[in-house]
Design a protein around this ligand. Structure first.
Ligand code: 2AM
Length: 222
C-alpha cells in the first residue's frame, strides 16, 4: 500500500517531559506506599485480594507501562472509529509538537489501575475527541453525561493482566458516582490532600495543589 495510507499513529496524546515524569512517578509511588499503610485501606483489603486476612504490597501490585502520557485519541493505526477525522482536525496540526502544562488534580487507585486525573484547559479541550466519554458508555453507562475531558488521565500502573485502557474507565466510574451525589467516604487528610473511598476498592486523593506537568502534544507509533 502507498505509505501515505498508513500514516496514522497508535494514539495521539500529551507526553510528559522527562523531568515531569520523574516527579509524577515519585508522587505516585509515595501515594501507593502510604495508602498501603493506612488502617482504612487495610479494612478494605478484600477489594484487592478477594480474601480476608490476606496482604497486598501495592508498590509491586501495579506495573508501570512505558512513558507517562495522557491519551487524547486512540487511533489504532486508523482502525479505531473516528481516527481519520480526528487526525484531520486543523487543531491537531496546529498544536502538534507544542508543549503545554497538564494539571494533575487527583490520584486514584482501584484493584485494576492507578492513575492521575488530568483537568484540561479550554485550549487543551480543543484536542479532546468529542466522543471520548460516550465511547466508554458500554463499560460506564453514565459516562456520556459527564463533561468533555472527564476521561482525561495519565495511567501510572496496571495490575497483572489489565490493559491501560481500563484506567480511564476506572476514573469515569468514580466521576459518575460523584455526579450522582456520592462524595465518597472521606477517610483521611493526607499531606497531599483529602483521601476518599468510593467502595469496591476505589480510592481518590484530591490534590490540594495540582501537580503541574509540562507535556508535548504528539503521537506514538510503537
Ligand atoms: P491509557 O490512555 O489509559 O494509558 C496504547 O494502548 C495507549 O492507548 C494507552 O495509553 C492506552 O490507555 C490507550 N488506549 C488503548 N485502547 C484505548 C481505547 N480503546 N480508548 C482509549 N484509549 C485507549
Amino acid at each position: 500500500a502507498p505509505l501515505l495510507e498508513v500514516s496514522l499513529p497508535l494514539y495521539f496524546g500529551w507526553f510528559l517531559l522527562s523531568s515531569a515524569q520523574d516527579k509524577v512517578k515519585c508522587m505516585a509511588l509515595d501515594f501507593v506506599k502510604t495508602l498501603d499503610t493506612l488502617d482504612a485501606f487495610k479494612k478494605h483489603l478484600m477489594d484487592f485480594t478477594g480474601k480476608a486476612e490476606a496482604e497486598v504490597d501495592l508498590e509491586h501490585y501495579f506495573k508501570a507501562k512505558g512513558a507517562l502520557h495522557c491519551t487524547t485519541k486512540f487511533c489504532n493505526y486508523g482502525k479505531a472509529d473516528g481516527a481519520k477525522e480526528y487526525a484531520q482536525n486543523p487543531a491537531i496540526k496546529d498544536f502538534y509538537g507544542s508543549v503545554s502544562e497538564l494539571s494533575l488534580s487527583a490520584l486514584f487507585v482501584t484493584p485494576r489501575t492507578v492513575g492521575a486525573r488530568v483537568s484540561l484547559t479550554e485550549e487543551q479541550l480543543q484536542l479532546w475527541p468529542a466522543d471520548a466519554e460516550k465511547e466508554a458508555e458500554s463499560a460506564v453507562p453514565a459516562a456520556a453525561s459527564l463533561p468533555p475531558g472527564s476521561r482525561a488521565h495519565v495511567t501510572l500502573g496496571c495490575a497483572d493482566g489489565v490493559e491501560p485502557v481500563q484506567t480511564g474507565l476506572d476514573l469515569l466510574e468514580i466521576l459518575a458516582l460523584q455526579q450522582e451525589g456520592q462524595q465518597g467516604e472521606t477517610v483521611e487528610e493526607m499531606e497531599l490532600g483529602g483521601l476518599a473511598y468510593y467502595g469496591a476498592g476505589r480510592w481518590l486523593l484530591s490534590l490540594r495543589e495540582p501537580i503541574v506537568a509540562p507535556a508535548c502534544f504528539s503521537s506514538y507509533y510503537g
